[in-house]
Write a new protein. Structure first.
Length: 313
């Protein structure tokens, strides 16, 4: 099964074309789930797990893989379903999110599919706020649910991110700019984390759920005569989002003369040097891996200081 990831490096050309590839898997039943290939490091049959005292109930144990020790999270149980009983036939998807590596225990791994982000949609209305989905799509007429892994990890790790220590010093700067910050992220957990950080800096926030929604909002502002780059201190955008990814959103902003000067920071749990090249290709001003409050605060403070000093940052 590890061979399923052999060509991942060749797939990077898809990013920036509003496309993605999903690794499809199953938990307890027939429902298909998906995870972005770019967050997957390896897929393997479930190794021997070691139990440790005081583990979170969602963590089935730790595995010793490639010289490291990784927590193995039962993804079915973590999303409100049943725990897997037979680990001898189960698989582990090794992932990297927010500079943290962990394994997700699943019943079966299917295949990789190539999709356009425009075919990926927010969860249907009526699913409530307690679901674990960031998006849904269809493959071969079957619904695929894309799991909000950031929410799962936030609940398993169960830690509250501290407010940035420099927030108090930056608040007068924030008040002086009289500008708002637009954040764009499909994960409710990620939006709350960023909002908490920006609130501590004394900044007013506009939060939207995906790239298409953000682009429509920006165009509506420009159509109404608003000078977008003067109204917004910056836009902080995720990369992986339904309807339109962050790379495409950035490129669309740069191609519209009414908003081309908007300061754009891409803020993502995707890892790798490849992202730096894509940041330059689409014309983003900054890139930051999720989620360290002080690092995010420092970048925003730098932007505030540059404005105060008359720079364009």
């Amino acid at each position: 099964m590890a061979g399923i990831m052999d060509s991942v490096d060749q797939r990077t050309r898809l990013v920036g074309q509003n496309r993605l590839e999903l690794l499809l898997f199953r938990l307890g039943g027939r429902q298909l789930y998906g995870i972005n290939v770019f967050k997957v490091k390896e897929v393997l049959q479930c190794p021997r797990l070691t139990l440790l005292p005081k583990l979170n109930p969602m963590v089935r144990g730790v595995a010793h893989i490639r010289g490291g020790t990784l927590p193995i999270i039962d993804l079915g149980r973590a999303t409100g379903g049943r725990s897997l009983e037979d680990l001898s036939t189960a698989f582990v998807i090794i992932t990297e999110y927010n500079n943290r590596v962990q394994g997700f225990l699943v019943r079966a791994v299917e295949r990789i599919v190539n999709l356009n982000w425009s075919d990926v949609h927010p969860p249907p209305r009526g699913t409530g706020r307690d679901h674990y989905l960031t998006a849904v799509t269809h493959v071969d007429e079957q619904m695929v649910e894309i799991v909000d892994v950031e929410k799962v990890l936030a609940e398993v790790i169960a830690r509250e991110e501290p407010a940035p220590q420099r927030a108090a010093d930056a608040t007068p700067l924030a008040a002086a700019t009289n500008r708002k910050v637009l954040i764009v992220d499909d994960s409710s957990v990620a939006r709350k984390q960023i909002i908490r950080c920006l609130d501590a800096l004394g900044l007013e926030v506009i939060a939207l759920n995906d790239g298409r929604q953000a682009l429509d909002w920006l165009k509506a502002q420009a159509d109404a005569g608003v000078q977008v780059a003067d109204e917004l201190l910056l836009m902080i955008s995720d990369i992986e989002m339904p309807e339109m990814d962050g790379y495409t959103l950035t490129a669309e902003v740069r191609n519209d003369p009414r908003m081309k000067d908007l300061h754009v920071m891409l803020h993502t749990s995707l890892s790798g040097v490849f992202n730096q090249a894509m940041v330059r290709k689409v014309g983003a001003d900054d890139f930051l891996a999720k989620f360290v409050p002080d690092e995010l605060a420092d970048r925003v403070i730098q932007r505030l200081q540059a404005l105060r000093e008359g720079g364009n940052a």
